[in-house]
Design a protein around this ligand. Structure first.
Ligand code: AP5
Length: 213
C-alpha cells in the first residue's frame, strides 16, 4: 500500500491512518508527528519549526521534504500511509521524484472531505496521546478511562496549535496553499474523494472502499 491521506486540519487523517495501519501494517508517516517530536526533543529542526507550527503556518518545504524522504527510506514491503504530506505542489513533486527513483509510485491520494464548522468542532475537542499519537475527542471518541490512552496508557494532552486562533490560521493556510495540490493529483488520476462526515468506522469503510481494500 502506498497512499497519501489528504484533507484539512481535523479532517481525520491521523484517525484513519491509525485504523489503516492496524489493518494493513503499512508504516504511518506523519510529518506533523515528526515535527512535534523534533520540537519536544529541542533539535535544530524542532527549534526552527516551533514558531511556524504555533502560528499554524507551514514549515518550509526543504525541512519537511527531508523528513518525509528519511521516513520513506525506512519503509518495508507493506508500504506507507502518508499523513499531512505533501501540502504544497513543491512537496508533491519531490514525493513523485523520490518514489519514481525506487520504482514505487503512489497508488492513491484519499481526500477526506469535511465542512469547516465541523473541522473547528473536531479540533477544539481533540486530545492526543503524546506517546503513541492516538487522537481522541471529548464527544466522538472518548478514551475508556478519562485522560488516559486506551492503546498505551499515555497521559492525554491538547496540542498547542489547537487553540482557536491557530486553528483558524491553519484552515486559511490549508485553503490557500494546500488545497491546490488536489488539482495536481486529479491530473495524475490517483485522487479518491471520500465523505469524511459520520462515525469513524463508517468513514473507515468508505476509505477502504476507495482504495479497493
Ligand atoms: P499536522 O499534525 O499534520 O496537523 P493537521 O494537518 O493540521 O491535521 P490534524 O492532525 O490537526 O488533523 P487530522 O486530519 O489528523 O485529524 P484527527 O484524525 O486528529 O500538522 C501540524 C503542523 O505541522 C502544521 O500546521 C504545520 O505547521 C506543520 N506541518 C506538518 N506537515 C507539514 C508539511 N507537509 N508541510 C509544512 N508544514 C507541515 O482528528 C481530529 C479530531 O476529530 C480528533 O479529536 C478525532 O478524534 C476527531 N475525529 C476524527 N474523525 C472523526 C469522525 N469521523 N467523526 C467525529 N470525530 C472525528
Amino acid at each position: 500500500m502506498r497512499i497519501v491521506l489528504f484533507g484539512a486540519p481535523g479532517a481525520g487523517k491521523g484517525t484513519q491512518a491509525s485504523q489503516l495501519t492496524d489493518k494493513y501494517c503499512a508504516a504511518h508517516i506523519s510529518t506533523g508527528d515528526a515535527l512535534r517530536q523534533a520540537v519536544a526533543d529541542k533539535t535544530d529542526v524542532g527549534l526552527l519549526a516551533k514558531g511556524y507550527m504555533d502560528r499554524g503556518e507551514l514549515v518550509p518545504d526543504d525541512v519537511v521534504i527531508a523528513i518525509a524522504k528519511a521516513r520513506l527510506a525506512g519503509t518495508g514491503d507493506a508500504g506507507f500511509i502518508l499523513d499531512g504530506f505533501p501540502r504544497t505542489i513543491t512537496q508533491a513533486e519531490a514525493l513523485d521524484i523520490a518514489l519514481e527513483e525506487v520504482g514505487k509510485p503512489l497508488q492513491f491520494v484519499v481526500n477526506l472531505s469535511v465542512a469547516e464548522e465541523l473541522l473547528i468542532e473536531r479540533l477544539s475537542g481533540r486530545w492526543v496521546c503524546p506517546d503513541c499519537k492516538e487522537p481522541y475527542h471529548l464527544v466522538s471518541k472518548q478514551p475508556k478511562v478519562s485522560g488516559v490512552c486506551d492503546k498505551c496508557k499515555g497521559k492525554l494532552m491538547q496540542r498547542d496549535d489547537d487553540k482557536l486562533e491557530a486553528i483558524q490560521n491553519r484552515l486559511r493556510v490549508y485553503n490557500s496553499q494546500t488545497e491546490p495540490v488536489l488539482d495536481y493529483y486529479t491530473g495524475k488520476g490517483v485522487l479518491r474523494n471520500v465523505d469524511a462526515v459520520g462515525d469513524i468506522c463508517e468513514v473507515f469503510a468508505r476509505v477502504c472502499e476507495a482504495i479497493g481494500g
